[in-house]
Design a protein around this ligand. Sequence first.
Ligand SMILES: Cc1cc2nc3c(=O)[nH]c(=O)nc-3n(C[C@H](O)[C@H](O)[C@H](O)COP(=O)(O)O)c2cc1C
Length: 501
Amino acid sequence: MKTSIQYHDETSYDRHRMSGHYLDWPNQPAVFKAYPGIDPVLLPKDVELPDASFWSVLSGQGGGVMNREMDLEELSRIFLLCYTLTAKARHPEGDFYFRSAASAGALYPTEIYIASNGVKGLKDGLYHFAPQHHGLVLLREQPVTTPLSAITGKPDTGAPVVSFILTAIYFRSAWKYRARAYRYNLLDTGHVIENLASALKALNVSFDLTYDFDDQGINHLLGVDETREVALAVVQVEGAGAAPAVLSEPLRPVSPQLVMASRVSQKEVDYPVIRDFHEAGMGKSGPTAPLPEMTNHLGLGRPAWQKIGEPSAGIEVMGYPEALLRRRSKRNFIKKRVTKPCMDAFLKALCAKDHPGGTDRSSYEECLSVGFLAANVEGMDPGFYLVDPAKSFVGKVKPGAFTETMTSICLDQAWLAYAGVHFLFMANLDILDRVHGPRGYRYAMMVAGRLGQRLYVAATALGLGCCGIGALYDGEAAELLGLDDSSRLLYLVAAGTVKKA
Ligand SMILES: Cc1cc2nc3c(=O)[nH]c(=O)nc-3n(C[C@H](O)[C@H](O)[C@H](O)COP(=O)(O)O)c2cc1C
């Protein structure tokens, strides 16, 4: 059975062993799933979005209300804040749309489905969200909340009025990134999860998020072809929807056409490395032991911790949702300092709790360590720093101007040298494997994606720029940071002042 560290190392980039790969443009994957012959239920687009600062949304100030009623307008707001089309690029072969969540190579592997249970104006059933129509495609007319609760192991008393199921289609990313693509499937899905969680917080809706479920059960329920598309996360809105209908008959198999919709190109290449590793993580029953504090197990010295400053009121130049809808990857960094209030705001964003009103870090968040390379930050010497999100602490591991070398490690994407800070997401994969099995890799990568998206929106709200970086020489990055043999840098997100935000 493949371990996280094996998958990660097999898909590492090495400066001296990069094999050439040409992109098969005629067989580029479709970015939207197609269900011919089924008209989507269109969601109203002209709805008012919540007006709040990004920091009030992150802290979940409302606390989250259970037993919320849900109608098409509310559902529309959630999707507009989560995975909507936000920008258009004109190409000779047709318009291309960017979305509110960042995605490696703009390949958008993530799909969203909902199980509705008492949403006003919507029949109970299973739907696929079609961003190109801002609509919902009905896949199962049967109510599916009861079987979904059985699959996620969540009791269906206080039935969720709506459950969101997020999947990834392997080949969308693998077309470009080959076997390494599973990393991007997970990171990209984390970006979308963060948008969904923020939307629910902004609307003051209480929710439960899980990355654990019976994989085959859920893939079957969705009617996807699980050799191509797999469920990664379930977000259930808590509270009493209608008492879930008891199924009068077992779940019907979906039509072969629906299963075929997971196919996104005429000529797909199968990467068994991805399938085998995903399948190795199936059927996990729970952690085998408590997860030790990840930050103490990266092979780094203990920093002298300091409390992170409180972000000053009113530093954001725009609120949420404007920041979310205007978020784009920015690479036009200039060598201008990131001010202390902005840096404190970034760090506070990384420390925000997973759930409104929550006090502890979730067991998923504990799978990841957070740090950064400061290059040009007010009040901070250049160096490698760690963050302790549970205690809101920051501490310097070692001084030094590391971002130039890191830029070279990130496949010489030269503009990275101008960013004020490189945020780092790391994990000891050996510990993850021992405690969670190969499924632990999913947790760490999706949490890294969530935090990446959070930094993007924070940067936009602060009038700064941000860009996720998945392309790096993995061994060199671990060496520069001084990580031990079992620890790896999973994702890097650059942020700083840009020429035009
Ligand atoms: C996981 C991940 C990895 C990425 N890696 C890189 C990278 O190595 N270099 C880069 O220039 N952009 C990178 N990006 C940014 C994407 O190219 C960008 O999100 C995508 O083109 C969509 O554009 P937008 O973010 O402006 O909406 C990455 C984004 C994500 C989410």
